[in-house]
Design a protein around this ligand. Structure first.
Ligand code: F58
Length: 809
């Protein structure tokens, strides 16, 4: 039944009144938002219930996506949209004298992740539901999300992100489905009276895992899947033992903050606790749920797929073994077959320092039974591998090495599928990072290039573009993204080109207004909006971008009469709190921005805007207004990237190295419709192997570059306290780990091409159109379809007839 505006108004008023016992006219923005959120949640609850029941009644196979991070973004608009209620609600609110945009600002944007990995998990949740694939998320309900970033004198300062301060209307606490998770103590195996080996525990720390469920709403198909986030609490029956606040700390801290600082032992221990907590609660609840299917345990892999999102949840493997051995009393062989067939693993990084390794002693103390099982998995692996492949490979692939547990090795050995997140990345896994494993298990390796949900990143974030597309190519693309290619037919249509340019300009004007309101910086919406938005990391090379800005600034100062194409450089990036170098780069960019934005000689020619506290909501504002998408990582280092896909879909032209999914962007849109520069990954590997890279030599021989680099240390940029020296040193004196200087010259040339093309507005817009029209393959709907078909073997549930059908690629 469709909801009428009149019915909505009536129901909303009564919803508000029942919550607050006064008229909505007296309500604060937060209260009105809460009432609207709960109204929507009530509206979808029937579908939520029926989806769950349907899955069980039909014994369908379900996938569980285990991730330490989810970055869902605000959910009000997207839920209303997917339910098909958005227009009605907007109209109803307007009639009552409110606007949806205003209420939406009251919603917290849950920062339960660091960056791409967490956002990917949320795009996947949206696609799973929209495709009608039975899929659940499993993660942690952190009380504090990733820190809130502030700049003080240009320095990053971290403040707590208390996203749960007001209520979270989307979640449902589910006390019926709690689990108990055990840490530490002593454990031993004993035969019970039935003759089974049983694990006995003493002196354990028992933690109650309480699930909070959040609906994941499919796009107009009546499907509502579940995201389950776990919170740690004191078990009710043990409450009397916790007399003081201090005593409760070891439990409460488990789900208190996202990714605590791992630069010290305590921090790392806590992270391991979090991982096991989430994994144990998740696996227990899955196996409990499986019992509803009334099938033998050996059929678990026919009904359950568990996905391990990076190594963080890799303890799923020994935890599943523990339950099947100790509680279900299966043999090792039976338990292993079930576990192995159920689990699959995605790798998201080749950075050595990011591949998790836990000290054996830490694991033994914190998770004694799990450690025993890992030891046995390792022993059995060694025993079968060594006779066939010899000692070298066996040693290099073992789980236990030099006093640590290698989590990637555990994940690979215990999973039937291992995938990278872009073609190049998967190749690098097979040829380098996991090379030995590729020799052992070639059939397990496969590629699944990342994707994004067009619903959030186009339909909702860019209504102007969406309207234009609807008008030109019809609405079919919304259910079937491959239809976007039809837009290519308008490449030569002058009217469309003008209309597209107008959409972009309006988006830029809106962002310019926002920048002025937020930061007091006036930017020219006619300038090129050049955007780099991602975590701050040396391999992503925000400092290469910074050097180009500095170079340009010096050029403007030295050549005042030269004709520059105005440019606004836009950054959004958080640095990990303990990552000093990344923080120094932030400071240099901020100080440079301060200098440039206030220099009257520069005026409109150049502006630099560094947004504080970059996250999903900011991305939604920035991306539709971007002209240039900076994807400038050192080739081979960025696993995939996903901002590159979002920016392309919104008509930005990509300025990129041939890294991660940039290569696939090139394959789809063509080299001539983007700007490529820098070393290829092959050249990077060769240069590393040759071992003769000499950044100082480049500095000394390249006049332009020397001039630019010197400006970091000769007081050109006021307000720095050694940060300019730090960047200079790393690039010149410490041999420039990420080959910034090597790529500098070709980056500058690419930037010149950007300027030249921008002078020809129609030609620029034509390329922008081609980018939009070529972006369909990056729909997460396709990505999820491939995971579902190739890895999880789960079906789009047939009852849901109207699901998105991403079949014809
Ligand atoms: C990212 N990883 C990759 N990790 O860097 C990016 O290329 C890829 O597109 C994306 O995953 C999705 O596949 C990433 O975001 C993290 O945020 C780490 C999580 C654990 C703590 C350290 C950061």
């Amino acid at each position: 039944m469709t909801l009428t505006v009149k019915a909505f108004i009536k129901e909303f008023k009564s919803q508000f009144q029942s919550m607050y016992a006064y008229s909505y006219k007296e309500g604060s923005t937060e209260q009105l938002y809460n009432a609207l959120g709960l109204y929507i949640k009530n509206y979808l609850s029937r579908n939520w219930k029926e989806t769950k029941e349907d899955y069980v009644e039909n014994s369908v196979k379900q996938v569980y996506y285990f991730s330490m991070e989810f970055l869902p973004g605000r959910q009000l608009e997207s839920n209303a949209y997917n339910l098909g209620l958005l227009d009605t609600i907007k109209e109803g609110l307007n009639e009552m004298g409110m606007s949806l945009e205003e209420l939406e600002e009251a919603e917290a944007d849950p920062a339960l992740g660091n960056g791409g990995l967490g956002r990917l998990a949320s795009c996947f949740m949206d696609s799973l539901a929209s495709l009608g694939v039975p899929g659940n998320g499993n993660g942690i309900r952190y009380q504090y999300g990733l820190f809130k970033q502030k700049f003080v004198d240009g320095y990053q300062v971290e403040l707590p992100e208390n996203w749960l301060r007001y209520r979270n209307v989307w979640e449902t606490r589910n006390d019926k489905s709690t689990c108990m998770v055990k840490f530490g103590g002593n454990v031993w195996l004993e035969k019970n009276h039935l003759g089974y080996m049983e694990a006995k525990y003493e002196n354990t720390l028992n933690v109650l895992a309480v699930p909070y469920d959040t609906p994941m709403v499919g796009y107009r198909n009546n499907v509502v899947n579940n995201l389950r986030l776990w919170s740690a609490e004191i078990p009710v029956e043990e409450e009397e033992n916790y007399h003081t606040l201090e005593a409760t700390e070891p439990i409460k801290e488990i789900t208190q903050v996202l990714y605590p600082d791992d630069s010290n032992y305590e921090g790392r221990l806590l992270r391991l606790k979090q991982e096991y907590f989430m994994v144990s609660a998740g696996v227990q609840s899955i196996l409990r749920h499986y019992k509803k299917y009334n099938l033998p345990r050996k059929n678990i892999p026919d009904k359950v797929a568990i996905h391990i999102n990076d190594t963080h949840p890799a303890l799923v493997i020994p935890e599943m073994m523990r339950i099947l051995l100790d509680e279900e009393h299966l043999s090792w062989e039976q338990a292993w077959e079930i576990t192995f067939k159920t689990c699959s693993y995605t790798n998201h990084t080749i950075l050595r320092e990011a591949l998790e390794k836990w000290p054996i002693d830490m694991m033994k103390d914190l998770l004694p039974r799990i450690y025993m099982i890992i030891e046995e998995i390792n022993q059995r692996f060694v025993d079968t591998t060594a006779p066939i492949y010899g000692d070298r490979i066996t040693w290099q692939t073992a789980i236990l090495q030099n006093g640590v547990v290698n989590m990637a090795h555990l994940a690979v050995i215990g999973s039937h599928s291992i995938n990278g997140v872009a073609k190049l990345h998967t190749e690098i896994l097979m040829e380098d990072v996991l090379k030995d494993f590729f020799e052992l298990y070639p059939e397990r390796f496969n590629n699944k290039t990342n994707g994004i949900t067009q619903r959030r990143w186009m339909h909702l974030a860019n209504p102007g573009l969406t309207r234009l597309l609807d008008e030109k190519i019809g609405e079919e693309w919304k259910k079937n993204p491959s239809e976007l290619k039809v837009f290519k037919g308008f490449e030569q249509d002058e009217k469309t080109i003008k209309e597209l340019a107008k959409v972009k300009f309006e988006n830029k004007q809106r962002l310019a207004d926002y920048i002025e309101e937020l930061q007091g910086i006036k930017v020219n919406p006619k300038a090129i909006f050049d955007v780099q938005i991602k975590r701050l990391h040396a391999y992503k090379r925000q400092h290469l971008n910074m050097l180009h800005i500095l170079y340009r600034y010096l050029d403007i100062k030295e050549n005042p009469s030269k004709d520059f194409v105005p440019r606004v450089f836009i950054f959004g990036a958080k640095a990990a709190p303990s990552y000093m170098y990344a923080k120094q780069i932030i400071k240099v960019i901020n100080s440079l921005a301060e200098l440039i934005n206030n220099d009257p000689d520069v005026g409109d020619k150049l502006k630099v805007v560094f947004f504080e506290n970059y996250g999903v909501s900011l991305a939604e504002k920035i991306i539709p207004a971007a002209d240039i998408s900076e994807q400038i990582s050192l080739a081979s280092m960025e696993a995939s990237g996903t901002s590159n896909m979002k920016l392309m879909a919104n008509g930005a032209l990509t300025l990129a190295t041939l890294d991660g999914a940039n290569i696939e962007i090139k394959d789809f849109v063509g080299e001539e419709n983007m700007f490529i520069f820098g070393l290829s990954s092959k050249e990077v590997y060769e240069l590393k192997a040759a071992g003769n890279y000499n950044s100082k030599g480049i500095y000394e021989s390249n006049e332009k570059l020397r001039h630019t680099l010197d400006a970091l240390t000769n007081d050109t940029i006021p307000g720095l306290n050694g940060e300019g020296y730090a960047v200079f040193d790393s690039l010149v004196n410490y041999n420039d780990e990420y080959f910034v200087l090597k790529d500098f010259e070709s980056y500058i040339k690419a930037q010149e091409k950007v300027d030249a093309l921008y002078r020809n507005t129609d030609e620029w817009t034509r390329k922008s159109l081609l980018n939009i029209a070529s972006s369909a393959p990056f729909s997460a709907d396709y990505t999820i379809k491939r995971y579902a078909d190739d890895i999880w073997k789960v079906k789009q549930h047939s009852e849901q007839k109207d699901s998105v059908q991403p079949l014809d690629e």
